[in-house]
Design a binder for this molecule. Structure first.
Ligand SMILES: C[S@@+](CC[C@H](N)C(=O)[O-])C[C@H]1O[C@@H](n2cnc3c(N)ncnc32)[C@H](O)[C@@H]1O
Length: 274
């Protein structure tokens, strides 16, 4: 079916799902493909028919919503961000938690895909930071995503070469076993990750976090009013002095005076203490 017809359809349906066309412009191909497949399944011949179907079968909106999830990810995505997490953020959090007599560091990876982001955090902590700690600080990651298929894949922990291509070689060597063309994450890196099926528009994990990552999701694909609501909620989940990271090409919807950008890397923020 024609790209222009899909564009017109997306421009009609995305605002109704509180999503924004601007985020989808470049990646619409995969969404259009899924919608075309769905229309075939339903034996609908064009988008007009699908619109009618949506107006009669309200439950179809949830199906359409799930077809609009962009799921691209990879390990150590945006190297400069993970370099800063590794060189600055995790060591600082480790020292702070130790000084305060705490026993654990808590991170939340929101929109965790197939586990690439939460596993990267565990890999960096375990292979680069843990040995510098004076005590056995537990490094926990809560990883949330509404897509059960992705979460299943995350729990299996098996990836192709393209998913690990940005990982520095020493991390790749020590964190995975390689069998043929499959890279399997070693069990140790999965120990302190809790994968949970959650939609960020509806719920968030319990408790507060020293580090929250919400990358390439809310601030790209969601409409601005929804971004503001979710940001307020996430902000409350960050401990004072904790860090908040968005995608390398994302911006917060408005200035939040208590979230201060880290110098040099505009997508990393620190929550002030007062
Ligand atoms: C483009 S991927 C980004 C993955 C990872 N954060 C990264 O930056 O590499 C977006 C992820 O957000 C998830 N997602 C989509 N809608 C969501 C929602 N409403 N709540 C939570 N996660 C969502 C998708 O399933 C997908 O795994």
């Amino acid at each position: 079916m024609k790209d222009s017809a899909c564009v017109e359809f997306l421009q009609w349906c995305l605002p109704k799902l509180r999503l924004r066309w601007k985020g989808f412009r470049k990646v619409r191909g995969q969404v259009c493909k899924r919608i075309n497949r769905r229309m075939k399944e339903l034996e609908l011949v064009d988008y007009k028919n699908y619109q009618e179907h949506l107006s009669i079968h309200k439950e179809e909106w949830a199906v359409l919503d799930s077809m609009c999830r962009i799921t691209i990810s990879r390990f150590y995505r945006d190297r400069s961000v993970f370099d800063a997490i590794s060189a600055e953020i995790l060591p600082a959090l480790g020292r702070e938690v130790e000084r305060g007599g705490g026993a654990e560091i808590r991170c939340w990876s929101a929109g965790c895909g197939s586990g690439e982001e939460p596993y990267t955090l565990q890999i960096v902590w375990n292979l680069r930071i843990a040995h510098e700690m004076h005590r056995d600080t537990v490094f926990r990651v809560v990883a949330t995503d509404p897509d059960s298929r992705l979460l299943d894949r995350a729990q299996k922990g098996k990836y192709g070469a393209s998913a690990v291509k940005d990982l520095p070689a020493e991390l790749l060597r020590n964190a995975f076993t390689e069998v043929g063309s499959v890279y399997a994450i070693r069990d140790a890196f999965a120990e302190n990750i809790a994968f949970m099926k959650q939609d960020i528009r509806e719920e968030s994990p319990e408790g507060c976090f020293h580090l929250v990552l919400c990358r390439n999701l809310v601030f790209t694909y969601f409409e601005e009013a929804l971004q503001v609501d979710i940001l307020e909620n996430m902000y409350e989940k960050i401990v004072p002095g904790g860090y908040f990271i968005v995608g390398a090409h994302e911006m917060l919807p408005r200035e939040t005076t208590n979230l201060v950008p880290l110098s040099g890397i505009p997508c990393i923020y620190r929550k002030s203490r007062s």
